[in-house]
Write a protein that binds this ligand. Structure first.
Ligand code: 5RP
Ligand code: CO
Length: 227
């Protein structure tokens, strides 16, 4: 489904299916959507850019019919360009690549948009926001990583809060989402919301408990903490 920027910057909660039951992914995606999530976050890892291997385009395509909302694909792969078309064809709505994953960020972003997807750029915790300054006109989302990518269930890095504030300032009035990913809980989410974040990925904090009712309560707790 096509996703458009929301100038009101209402909070978008994007559960990461990295913490879902991989044997029942279709069911899990339907459950989080029924329980009030905004987007579905899909973590793609290659065992090279990050020390873990997860999901490829075939799984994204298999999930597409189960997913009524936005498929937000976070590519932790290097190189990314050879696989962008496959993820677009699989039904990704947002494709986020890492600024550290290749030498031609501007070109990769143009390529993502040419495939009909929104283009996101992720910044590792050690990467300064200055790397995106000259391609802001080609970016639909900036993802400030709040953990070192590769695994779910890590602790939120408070060191990234000033970066969120600087990126929010850099974005200004541009129609660009500011997302964070990693260690988001009802305790850490309000800090990021105050720094100007309008999209939050949460894996372990949403899927903990393991039932749809828990997912609904967990999503509501994050939303309430940010209200
Ligand atoms: O990109 C990611 C890891 O690289 C995941 O989206 C992230 O870790 C979410 O998991 P949690 O909320 O449990 O930290
Ligand atoms: Co992610």
């Amino acid at each position: 489904m096509p996703v458009e920027f929301d100038p009101a910057r209402d909070l978008k909660i994007a559960p990461s299916i990295l913490s879902a039951d991989f044997a029942r992914l279709g069911e899990e995606v339907r459950a989080i959507e029924e329980q009030g999530c905004d987007w579905v976050h899909i973590d793609v890892m290659d065992g090279h850019f990050v020390p873990n291997i997860t999901i490829g385009p075939d799984v994204v395509a298999a999930l597409r019919p189960h997913c009524k909302t936005v498929m937000d694909c976070h590519l932790m792969i290097s190189p990314a360009d050879p696989y962008l078309e496959a993820f677009a064809k699989a039904g990704a709505d947002i494709i986020t690549i890492h600024a550290e994953a290749g030498p031609h960020l501007d070109r990769s972003l143009q390529y993502i948009r040419s495939l009909g997807c929104k283009a996101g750029v992720a910044l590792n915790p050690s990467t300064p926001e200055s790397v995106i300054e000259y391609c802001l006109d080609k970016i639909d989302m900036v993802l400030v990583m709040t953990v070192n990518p590769g695994f779910g269930g890590q602790k939120f890095l408070h060191s990234q809060l000033p970066k969120m504030e600087r990126v929010r300032k850099m974005i200004g009035e541009r129609p660009i989402w500011l997302q964070i990913d990693g260690g988001v809980t009802p305790e850490t989410a309000p800090l990021a919301r105050a720094a100007g974040v309008d999209s939050m990925v949460a894996g372990s904090a949403v899927f903990k408990g393991g039932t749809p009712q828990h997912y609904g309560e967990n999503i509501a707790a994050i939303r309430k903490a940010c209200a």
